[in-house]
Design a protein around this ligand. Structure first.
Ligand SMILES: *Cc1c(COP(=O)(O)O)cnc(C)c1O
Length: 241
């Protein structure tokens, strides 16, 4: 789901803050007709195995600043000085993608729109299912598209507030699916709740905590078909009777 990049860039420009855009999940989404990953000074994409298109691992760094891209490329390819031997005036890294995986990625770019279409179809299937469930008096919620935004719907997630759903909570739904060997997952645990960051200060409200508590990521793989939808539908209809 595209963030409010137009507003973020407005503020960033006002205060001269360089923006690095994390578009790892949103490849194929647009805001006012513009692809996410094209707003920031830099943007990062992930082609990890779970993303909408994949090279099994790795990602890409995007920018329209040629000098900064040249610098990034230099640092990502071991920061070698011009010399017949290995010589380094800077500390470099080995962050480049292999040419084999890059080839896979270029092929995947050609099916990106097909993947987005399928992901949106999966979302609509869940949307219709929960519209019928909500007619029975429940209130299961989805993330909606803001005006001007088109989401790739990479992952369909729902919010289940127990006080609006006859006491049913996220965990009951997750466990019911798990009983049939179907994996679903809570939404992401906020950084400030991660044990590794426990002792650091935290600024903000409790929105991310509530999303973690009540949110569930549903099976959304593009290989899903009618059989899978039916199995999931049967279980969800049983939980929300
Ligand atoms: C997957 C993901 C990452 C990490 O990408 P990797 O290629 O696994 O390192 C970062 N940010 C977001 C939002 C992601 O979804």
């Amino acid at each position: 789901m595209p963030a409010r990049m137009d507003k973020i860039m407005e503020i960033a420009q006002k205060y001269d803050i360089p923006v690095i855009e994390d578009a790892a999940e949103s490849l194929g989404s647009t805001l006012n007709g513009r692809q996410t990953g094209t707003f920031g000074k830099f943007s990062v994409l992930s082609f990890n195995g779970n993303k909408i298109i994949t090279t099994s691992g790795g990602g890409a760094l995007l920018s329209d600043d040629e000098a900064l891209i040249a610098k990034a490329r230099f640092l990502a390819t071991q920061a070698r000085d011009q010399a017949p031997h290995y010589q380094h005036s800077h500390v470099g890294y080995n962050y480049r993608m292999s040419n084999i995986l890059a080839g896979v990625g270029r092929g995947q770019m050609e099916v990106l729109q097909q993947r987005v279409d399928k992901k949106r179809e999966i979302f609509q299937w869940y949307e219709q299912l929960f519209a019928r469930i909500n007619e029975k008096g429940y209130n299961v919620m989805f993330q909606t598209e803001r005006v001007g935004a088109i989401s790739n719907r990479w992952l369909t997630c729902i919010l289940i507030h127990p006080d609006e759903n006859n006491g049913i909570n996220r965990e009951q739904v997750r466990l019911a699916l798990e009983e049939s060997n179907i994996e679903s997952r809570p939404l992401w645990k906020p950084m400030h709740l991660q044990p590794v960051f426990e002792k650091y200060p935290f600024y903000g409200s409790s929105i991310s905590e509530k999303l973690f508590e009540n949110g569930l990521c549903l099976p959304s793989g593009t290989a899903m078909g009618n059989d899978e939808f039916e199995r999931i539908g049967d279980i969800l209809n049983e939980v929300f009777q």
